[in-house]
Write a protein that binds this ligand. Structure first.
Ligand SMILES: [Cu+2]
Length: 523
């Protein structure tokens, strides 16, 4: 195998699994899951998923709440047999379950989290969407927690942290895909101001974690071959679970895409979804939607009001990801039943945000997301500005408290969901069309052969963190970059390190992309 990580001194302990998985990212039919040797495997006795089990009540993960300003908890990562869609599946999970427990915290809280790595590979932890320090034992994804090791994370959540839906997952480069694909994911709910808005306050809440996993025939082993069409799309690990609502009742659905690489294009038959939040950031106003496209790692919160008595499907509509056309599927069934209640008025204006479209931009950068030709199937070939990820190289050095505009260019034929850690951003335009943003967000899809402009402010925290594509096989394949935010008086502040430059040259060098479609010339 030729894949190497130039300039790194990473321990080689996981090299075999890492290499095997990187190959899986660019070729077919290779298992990506590191299995515990000798694990007891329990055969599923329940027959074919999606038939006999459709209709079972929606179950939600157990909740662990902070109290007195502190959440002290632990997560054990282990390869175990657990339930997905009524079948036993052997894969990597936290706390022997999928989804992992839901953490409830409040702005100003401290979270002390003991991570125990009982996998056979390196792992670590990321609090996706959190505005906390990226350094030390906080949200530091450059840490390597080796097999058999434990680590004590400590996060100090700012008192003004936005309230909403976040999630946690592993983030060790090269192995994020198999770990998330197997089911290492859980929700974090920050309680706060949004919960007190009339029309939202008191509404029954449901958490829906959307995931996709593939099983190899009748084997209970999670199996990754990129053939998305064969993925089982689950809600809280269930196939087509049922939840109820009373006619007229308002419910609040908190929905997160915790899959490694699958889009969900949501539609609820007979109902509008009234969106109130995106990526943990409350909308400035309620936005009614007939359907919502949710990229990997994105979260939405919606209010729904129960219609006339009957059963309604929550569907994922057919969607062309660029590398696979996902067929329509029923994710869950909502049953409207019981005594009708008078519908409470829905809120209109919600929580305003500091609009960066009128802000002074201190620096503008162009960042290009590239899929290189498949001439060498064993080579990682997902790049940002012509570079593979290297945790020991800093690509961008923003100044603390500065405002930057990034032009995210995608010359490839596939979507790349851009995600940056620590600070959320505002989407300014998509393919040249201005966007009237409803909130900040932490993940946005860059369309194939398209361009997204975002603005962000690097507030409160210096230190190194990353931005990357949230199609995790792309991230593991190299599509990630290191940012180091420095104070203006830091000697690094004068370093001319940036990610601008050679796009035209690079585009000329592209001959195709991973999925054999020709790359369009840059526009
Ligand atoms: Cu990508």
């Amino acid at each position: 195998l030729r894949y190497t990580r130039p300039g790194t001194s990473r321990p080689q302990i996981s090299q075999v699994t890492r290499r095997r998985f990187l190959v899986a990212g660019v070729s077919a039919a290779i298992s990506g899951i590191a299995l515990a040797k000798g694990s007891a495997v329990v055969r599923a006795g329940s027959g074919r998923p999606g038939t006999d089990l459709a209709g079972e009540p929606l179950m939600e993960p157990p909740i662990r709440s902070s109290s007195g300003g502190l959440l002290q908890t632990s997560l054990e990562a282990r390869t175990v047999s657990h339930q997905v869609g009524g079948r036993n599946v052997l894969s990597n999970v936290y706390e022997r379950m999928f989804p992992a427990p839901t953490l409830h915290v409040r702005p100003g809280d401290t979270v002390k989290l003991h991570l125990s790595n009982q996998l056979e590979d390196i792992t670590n932890l990321h609090l996706h969407g959190f505005h906390v320090s990226p350094s030390g034992n906080s949200d530091n994804v450059l840490l390597h927690i080796h097999p058999g090791e434990s680590f004590d994370y400590e996060y100090h959540i700012p008192a003004d942290h936005p309230a909403g839906l976040y999630w946690y997952h592993p983030h060790f480069h090269g192995l994020t895909t198999p770990q998330v694909f197997g089911g290492m994911a859980g929700a974090i709910i920050v309680e706060g101001d949004i919960d007190q808005i009339p029309g939202i306050e008191g509404a029954r809440e449901r958490l829906l974690l959307l995931h996709a996993i593939q099983l190899k025939g009748d084997s209970p082993i999670a199996f990754f071959d990129r053939n998305q069409v064969n993925f089982l799309r689950t809600v809280n690990g269930q196939l087509n679970p049922t939840f109820t609502i009373q006619p007229g009742e308002t419910q609040r659905l908190r929905i997160a895409n915790v899959s490694d690489s699958t889009w969900f294009w949501l539609k609820l038959d007979g109902h509008r979804m009234h969106q109130i939040a995106k990526d943990g950031n409350t909308y400035k106003r309620l936005v009614p939607r007939d359907d919502i496209l949710i990229a990997p790692a994105e979260r939405v919160e919606v209010l729904i009001q129960g219609g006339a008595p009957g059963s309604y499907s929550l569907r994922s509509l057919p969607f062309d990801q660029g590398f696979a056309v996902l067929p329509e599927t029923v994710l869950a069934t909502m049953v409207s039943q019981g005594s009708p209640v008078a519908s409470a008025p829905l809120p209109s204006s919600l929580i305003p945000f500091n609009d960066l479209s009128k802000a002074t931009v201190d620096r503008r950068r162009v960042i290009t997301w590239q899929v290189l030709p498949r001439d060498d199937p064993q080579r990682a070939n997902f790049l940002i500005n012509n570079k593979l990820f290297d945790e020991d190289r800093v690509d961008i050095i923003p100044l603390l408290n500065s405002t930057e505009e990034w032009v995210l260019q995608n010359p490839s034929n596939v979507f790349h969901p851009f995600h940056i850690h620590i600070n959320p951003f505002q989407t300014i335009s998509v393919n040249g069309k201005p966007v009237d943003a409803n909130s900040y967000e932490d993940t946005v899809s860059i369309p194939p052969r398209g361009e997204v402009v975002i603005r962000t402010r690097f507030l409160d925290f210096t230190g190194k963190f990353v931005f990357h594509c949230h199609i995790l096989p792309h991230e593991d394949g190299g599509m990630m970059s290191v940012v180091d935010v420095v104070a203006p008086n830091d000697p690094l502040a004068s370093t001319a390190v940036n990610a601008e430059g050679t796009n035209a040259q690079l585009l000329n060098s592209l001959r195709g992309n991973l999925f054999t479609c020709p790359v369009a010339s840059s526009s």
